[in-house]
Ligand binder design. Structure first.
Ligand code: PHE
Length: 461
């Protein structure tokens, strides 16, 4: 059994929790969760998403961490090694390959959206020092940003440089520090925003939107989206957490850290939803009598609604600046984990250095990201399966590839690895019923749920 990885190790259990939580908490919680909740009618969607976190997300999370820690290498090579040891086919390496491809696709659009948040942070910073005009019409500000391919490309590039900057120097150094200081500050800002939202007069209504399920809204595509979001928000299904698991010291209790990460991630998404929807209700729904409920917000939701609140709240400009800059940091700690699996693979399998490997990955992802940039302007007419290019990439990567990756991860951990190995990695002292529950969830229940949900895409349900 390997006790360390050639790529370095987390200095402690806490360092891993911080890094993995940094990976999980990001645009998925604060940008994507509210916007897809608005598109899927609220309560019932949120409930299904939470069920997916429990029944699918947690078992896959444990599986990823344990596979990574047992293999101690990049996902593709860890899986090869573990398959060889178990006498299983090397075709399982396909799981690592799917993960690397999904990581590229996600990183490509993720960096574009993170670029928007950087741009907004700087808009507020300029306004704060008196050098920029206030955002008076957020819809117009956002629309003109999207129309400007050059501007989008610049911010997308800047964000990619920030990401490669950390990955090139190895994971532990920059990352641990950034996460342990900045993430708690972001959470405090979210709580302040929540306090503001509670006083808008629309808090109750937002709570019912988020938590009162209207089951008439449930549909196949909605369940697919909810499950895709569960994977996306927990960084599962593309071997990111598996890669981080490879750097985890052997004595750390996997179920305990897994649950901690999932709880923290879910808390951030729910607080973000509770903070944002009262603002949407107060500033967008209430002044427009033709709206009967919360409209589908699209990817612009937070950029078009939050500035309305920032323009009326005390110290709103300063707050807006801090909020968007810290959201960029949250996105940064996630994008690092999107880049790490492919980078670690190149380091192991080619004679490129870590720096060169990271640059290759970043260059490819940046180039691919241009397709998302152009989907808002010069290619705005292009649709794939009825979706614009960025939404199509988002759909294929998050809602299709991540669940398939998760399915293979669960099957691999449940059926290929021996019980001895999984038990040893999970927790030697775990009571037998707890281990058996994990095992059968991972072997049967989780894969079956994923298959049923995925089958609904193909029209079987
Ligand atoms: N979990 C991240 C977020 O919610 C996104 C992510 C997905 C990161 C997959 C790594 C892997 O923003």
């Amino acid at each position: 059994m390997q006790t360390s990885s050639i790529h370095g190790m987390w200095s402690s259990r806490l360092a891993f929790i911080l890094a993995a939580t940094g990976s999980a908490v990001g645009l998925g919680n604060i940008w994507r969760f509210p916007y897809i909740t608005s598109e899927n009618g609220g309560g019932a969607f949120v409930l299904i998403y939470l069920l997916c976190i429990l029944a699918v997300g947690l078992p896959v999370m444990f599986s990823e961490i344990l596979i990574g820690r047992r293999g101690r290498m990049s996902p593709i090579n860890s899986i090869r090694e573990l398959s060889d040891d178990a006498g299983a086919t090397r075709a399982w390496m396909g799981l690592g390959v799917i993960g690397v491809i999904a990581g590229f696709l996600i990183l490509s659009f993720y960096s574009v959206v993170a670029g928007w948040t950087l741009h907004y942070g700087f808009l507020y910073a300029k306004e704060l020092v008196g050098a920029g005009a206030p955002i008076t019409d957020p819809g117009e500000t956002f629309g003109s940003l999207l129309g400007n391919a050059g501007e989008l490309t610049f911010w997308h590039g800047l964000f990619m440089i920030m990401t490669v900057g950390v990955v090139a120097f190895g994971v532990e150094k920059g990352l641990e520090r950034a996460v342990s200081i900045l993430m708690p500050i972001l959470f405090v800002l979210l709580l302040i925003l929540l306090g503001y939202s509670m006083n808008t007069g629309y808090f109750q209504e937002a709570v019912s939107f988020l938590f009162k399920p209207d089951f008439s809204q449930v549909s196949g595509p909605m369940i697919v989206t909810a499950m895709g979001q569960a994977f996306f928000t927990l960084s599962l299904g593309m071997c990111a957490i598996m890669t981080y698991g490879a750097y985890l010291p052997s004595d750390v209790n996997i179920p305990r850290v897994g649950v901690t990460i999932a709880l923290a991630d879910t808390a951030v998404a729910l607080v973000a939803g509770l903070a944002i929807f009262p603002i949407v209700l107060a500033f967008i729904v209430a002044p427009n009598p033709e709206l009967t409920g919360i409209p589908a917000g699209g990817p612009g939701l937070i950029f078009e609604s939050l500035p309305l609140a920032f323009s009326t709240m005390p110290f709103g400009i300063l707050f807006g600046m801090l909020f968007f800059l810290l959201l960029s940091v949250a996105a940064w700690t996630s994008s690092i984990s999107l880049m790490e699996p492919a980078t670690a693979y190149l380091v192991e399998s080619t004679n490129l250095s870590r720096k060169a490997s990271a640059l290759v990955v970043a260059g490819l992802a940046w180039t691919l990201g241009l397709a998302s940039v152009f989907s808002f302007n010069i290619w705005s007419e292009v649709t794939i399966g009825g979706k614009d290019i960025m939404s199509a990439i988002e759909f294929v990567a998050a809602d299709i590839m991540l669940p398939i990756g998760g399915l293979l991860t669960a099957l691999f951990a449940g059926w290929v690895l021996s019980r001895k190995i999984t038990r040893e990695e999970l927790d030697q002292k775990m009571p037998d019923w707890a281990f058996q529950s994990w095992l059968w969830l991972t072997r049967i229940v989780t894969p079956a749920l994923i298959v049923v949900v995925m089958a609904s895409i193909l029209g079987f349900f």
